[in-house]
Every structure is written in structure tokens, then in C-alpha cells.
Design a protein around this ligand. Structure first.
Ligand code: ARG
Ligand code: ZN
Ligand code: CA
Length: 254
């Protein structure tokens, strides 16, 4: 009645060792983190600097509900983000469960980049890929949930960040590595590139000769999990447009 949309979530866990076969409890923790972060009920929301409070999203009115967990053992020790082998049973993975109706999350032991190197925490597809066989998120098992997850990425916020991409949010510095590009949200200050670790506020950075106080505590930056705790109001508008009845991910609506 208040316009909240509930997204059905399917976890596809592909593991080699039993430690990589993350527990149902950890998956439940991750869903709880998503519901807190997207509902603005996260306990650290009180840390938003007062200068940014007028631009905070508040409740994004998108919720997440676990509908299935699929598990598969594999001898593979790494999974290429280019080949997307984790998403097809014919290449050792698990097929998506109707990607038009569900947000699929593949959990793998290691994500390999285009050079075959490990280290990527996660990645996701924008709504332009809605419903395709590879649509959804891929996340390293170390970064799911909280209990047993890998510090400093052990508060479940890698998934919060990747769901942001899935719902049409670029990084704060835009989609190009050059930075200082638009992220299509007028209330997130223009940024030259990622911030890491736990920056202290205020942090000013320059684009086009103009210095701006950076919203590094936004989920769409690269800071540590404990240093990110907000979406902006314009980001909420963009995400709501994606799941609206006329939006590219309308199929997710129950
Ligand atoms: N580097 C990844 C990406 O751009 C995820 C970053 C997640 N950050 C975090 N604090 N968990 O998609
Ligand atoms: Zn990202
Ligand atoms: Ca912006």
C-alpha cells in the first residue's frame, strides 16, 4: 500500500571446499542486511554527516525475499567474469532461475577478471540486461553476510553495492574509469574516482577545477563496509523507476 516492491531473490552457491558452501544462516544475514540498508533501518545511518542529511534517501521502499537456494559442488577454483561459466550448467555452473522474475545471486569461490586475476569482490548487470541468462549478481563467498565474512568487507555491503548497479546506479564517479563523469544523480557530488578504506569527513576532491565535499559514505563508492551507510534521494528515484510497473525490471514485482 505504501508502494514498497518486494524482490524475490535466488541464491546459487557453487563451492569447492565445504567452507565455501556458505550456510543458510549467512544467506539469511545477507537478506537482512539488504532489507536494513534499502529500508534505511541500518544502525549506522545516524552517521550521515548533517550536510548530507537533506539528500539522504530514507526508505528506498524496495525489499528482498529469499525464495530459493541452489547449491552445487565443483572442482573449479576460479570463475571468469567474462565467460560467465558459473551461470550455465553446461559449463559447471547453475542456470538462472527465471531472471525476469527473480534477482539471481551466484556465490563463487573466486572471481577472475579479464586477465585471469582474482580479487574482484562482486559484479552485477544493469537493467539493460534484464531477464538475460547472465542477468544478476556474482559475489565471492567471503563477502556474503557477516558471520565468518572477510574484514573489512564483512557487513554484507558488497551485495548492497552490487544491487545498486542491478537497479541502475553507476559509481559516484560515473561509469568510466576517468572519473568526474555523471552518475545521473544530481544530489551526489561529482567525484574524480573511488575512495577506499575509512576516510574521515569532510573529504574534498576536485573535478574540473571545482572542489567538492565527497559523499564517500554512499554505498556506490568503494570504501570499507563500515564506512558506507547511505543512498541519496535521487538514487532512490532511479531505483524506484527500474522496478516500477513500466520499468525495465517490472517482472520482479510479485
Ligand atoms: N569493487 C566492487 C564493484 O565495483 C565492489 C565494491 C564493494 N565495496 C564494499 N565495501 N563492499 O562492484
Ligand atoms: Zn561497483
Ligand atoms: Ca552526482
Amino acid at each position: 500500500a505504501d508502494g514498497t516492491v518486494e524482490i524475490p531473490v535466488v541464491f546459487n552457491v557453487i563451492y569447492n571446499t565445504s567452507a565455501q558452501n556458505i550456510s543458510d544462516a549467512r544467506i539469511a544475514e545477507q537478506i537482512a542486511v539488504l532489507n536494513a540498508d534499502y529500508g534505511a533501518t541500518n544502525s549506522d545511518i545516524s552517521k550521515i554527516p548533517s550536510a548530507f542529511q537533506p539528500y539522504a534517501a530514507g526508505n528506498v521502499k524496495i525489499r528482498f525475499k529469499l525464495v530459493a537456494t541452489n547449491r552445487k559442488q565443483s572442482s573449479k577454483t576460479g570463475w571468469s567474469s567474462e565467460l560467465e561459466e558459473m551461470k550455465k550448467s553446461s559449463t559447471g555452473g547453475i542456470n538462472a532461475t527465471d531472471a525476469t522474475k527473480n534477482m539471481n545471486i551466484w556465490v563463487v569461490n573466486s572471481i577472475l577478471d579479464e586477465n585471469g586475476d582474482p580479487g574482484t569482490l562482486g559484479y552485477a548487470y544493469y537493467p539493460e540486461s534484464a531477464g538475460l541468462w547472465y542477468d544478476g549478481l556474482v559475489i565471492g563467498y567471503q563477502y556474503i553476510g557477516k558471520t565468518g565474512a572477510s574484514a573489512p568487507f564483512n557487513l554484507g555491503r558488497t551485495v548492497t553495492h552490487e544491487v545498486g548497479h542491478y537497479l541502475n546506479l553507476p559509481h559516484l564517479w560515473g561509469s568510466s574509469d576517468t572519473g568526474c563523469q555523471t552518475d545521473y544523480s544530481g544530489d551526489t557530488p561529482v567525484s574524480p574516482g573511488p575512495n577506499y578504506g575509512t576516510p574521515s569527513y569532510p573529504l574534498n576532491r576536485v573535478c574540473g577545477g571545482i572542489s567538492r565535499s565527497q559523499m564517500f559514505m554512499n554505498y556506490m563508492d568503494y570504501v570499507d563496509d563500515r564506512a558506507m551507510f547511505m543512498f541519496s534521494a535521487n538514487q532512490k528515484t532511479r531505483m524506484q523507476a527500474v522496478v516500477a510497473s513500466s520499468g525495465p525490471r517490472a517482472g520482479l514485482r510479485l
